[in-house]
Design a protein around this ligand. Structure first.
Ligand code: ME8
Length: 501
């Protein structure tokens, strides 16, 4: 199956922070799971580089806008490389191919009769690059809204109100989780949808409106279109093959743009809608959303990954945040959880198993499935049951439950070893049979872990002397000869360098 996944196209107005990393971890984890299942899956991220917010930030930094966005964009790209995010494409909205696509999209919408020229008068938050109809402060940035009055092109968004309601109601999985779907539905049902201003004259940093050089295209229309540019353009094969099966991973702050404006734009352009929008909550620090505009909240993902490793960082957030919920970040919780789950539980499981195996069967052992006892069959079956629950969790985007099932499976194996005390088994055949069974259980455990802690599971597979790249098709496949080799501890305990907090 062909699948297309996207993270938001993050603003190149500042350096990436933990909030950006979190959504990217969710998308990366989901991609790894799809790949494991054998899907042909592409993941896109990128940077949103136009608009007034960026123009003003570059001015304040006394840099040319282009060199400013070049360096911010590099920071994002380098972060994803350093955190081992499995990206296929990194799209920049200043690229010439993207510009061409946005102009093509504008023309397609125009040809449909959905664009007209008018005058915009109202409120705007430059931080969100969003129009407001009421209020005097932006609820996200907590700054006064600015009054704008300018000539503008409009998109006939109002014409799509009922169609949007119908689509969301007849596709219950279009917006996940359900609480976010309800939010969009009540937004659509409780008020009149106004046409959307889609050009600006008060900034020149953007893509020019075709044949009207005084206007630049609204930055959100420009940025959303990057999802299509990353697939190689409006006429490309990739768009045909991957787009209908696409999932946008976003934060709740940009839900209306993705669930209301974007589908209407796509319909107008004669394109299919993405299959799903998966919405995460916010990471906060002391109750405040981690945000560029609030420097006190900023946590640098790289320095954190230097301390706990990139697998540790991914695992912690994927396990600790239930999809759609907020999480108040605390370093002490991060360290305690990783020490408990990855050092004590997972790490000890592998080290005690490998030690035991090497002591008794340094050159490997051979056993055949037909001869194993009911106790060992049951152990294999209980891993299989967890695997089935794991799949169901992924299908509901409940990555936190899937991570828990992975680590509970490790705990189950530790408990089994503790109870059966293989170091006391005198019968060589019985011991061989148990270690053979455990070998298969551990191999399956690495499959469950591969989407969350890919580097740890790859090393665990080296210890088990099996193919480094895990695949779902391995499940239930039993080999007669198994062996192991020793490796460095999988996840050494983290000694906190910070004051507790
Ligand atoms: O909105 N907690 O870019 P952006 C969780 N350019 N997720 C967070 C977060 C937090 N504290 N802070 C940021 C834009 N995020 C537009 C997107 S897409 C066509 C254009 C994540 O740099 C979350 O995914 O402000 C959120 O939606 C996104 O970063 C916003 O990134």
């Amino acid at each position: 199956m062909k699948q297309y996944l996207t993270t938001p196209i993050y603003y190149a107005s500042g350096s990436p922070h933990l909030g950006h990393a979190y959504t990217t971890f969710v998308a990366d984890c989901y991609k790894r799971y799809c790949k494991l299942r054998g899907d042909d899956v592409l993941l896109t991220s990128g940077t949103d580089e136009h608009g007034q917010k960026i123009e003003r930030t570059a001015e304040q930094a006394e840099e040319s806008t282009l060199s400013f966005v070049d360096s911010r964009s590099d920071e994002f790209l380098n972060l994803w490389k350093n955190l081992d995010i499995d990206l296929d494409r990194f799209e920049r909205t200043t690229s010439p191919t993207h510009k061409e696509l946005v102009i093509g999209l504008w023309q397609q919408i125009g040809a449909r009769g959905d664009i007209y020229k008018g005058h915009y008068e109202g409120l705007y938050c430059v931080g969100c690059e969003q129009y407001f109809t009421a209020g005097d402060r932006c609820p996200v940035h907590r700054k006064p809204l600015e009054k704008f009055s300018e000539e503008s092109y409009f998109f006939r968004l109002s014409a799509y109100q009922q169609r949007l309601i119908d689509h969301i109601e007849s596709n219950p999985e279009f917006i996940v989780p359900g609480s976010r779907r309800n939010e969009v539905l009540s937004f659509l049902k409780n008020g009149e949808l106004h046409d959307l201003s889609i050009s600006r004259t008060s900034t020149s940093w953007g893509i020019g409106v075709p044949d009207d050089p005084g206007h630049v295209i609204y930055v959100w229309l420009d940025a959303l279109a990057a999802y299509l540019s990353a697939l190689g353009g409006l006429e490309g094969e990739k768009l045909k093959n991957y787009w209908p099966n696409s999932i946008h991973f976003i934060g709740k702050d940009i839900l209306i743009f993705h669930a209301v404006y974007w589908p209407a734009i796509l319909w107008s352009a004669g394109l299919a809608l993405p299959k799903q929008i998966v919405v995460n909550g916010w990471l906060t620090v002391e109750g405040q959303k981690i945000s560029k505009s609030d420097p006190e909240t900023i946590v640098d993902p790289l320095s954190l990954s230097d301390l706990v490793g990139r697998d540790g960082l991914k695992y912690y957030f994927l396990k600790s945040v239930s999809l759609g919920q907020d999480l108040d970040f605390k370093r002490s919780h991060l360290i305690d959880l990783l020490n408990a789950d990855l050092a004590n539980n997972l790490g000890n499981l592998f080290s005690r198993y490998i030690k035991l195996f090497l002591k008794h069967f340094p050159r490997g052992l051979r056993y055949s499935t037909g001869n194993i006892t009911v106790v060992n069959k049951n152990l294999l079956q209980s891993i299989r049951d967890n695997t089935n629950r794991f799949t169901a969790a992924f299908e509901k985007f409940d990555l936190s439950l899937a991570a828990r099932l992975f680590i509970e499976t490790a705990a189950l194996l530790n408990a089994d070893i503790q109870q059966r005390e293989p170091w006391k088994i005198a019968d060589r055949d019985e011991l061989a049979q148990y270690l053979w069974t455990l070998h298969h259980c551990l191999a399956e455990l690495t499959i469950l872990g591969a989407s969350f802690v890919p580097e740890l599971t790859a090393r665990a597979r080296v210890a088990l002397k099996i193919e480094a790249e895990p695949a779902w098709t391995e499940l239930g496949h039993r080999q007669q000869c198994v062996s192991v080799q020793s490796i460095e501890p999988l996840f050494p305990r983290i000694q906190s360098r910070w004051p507790r907090g």
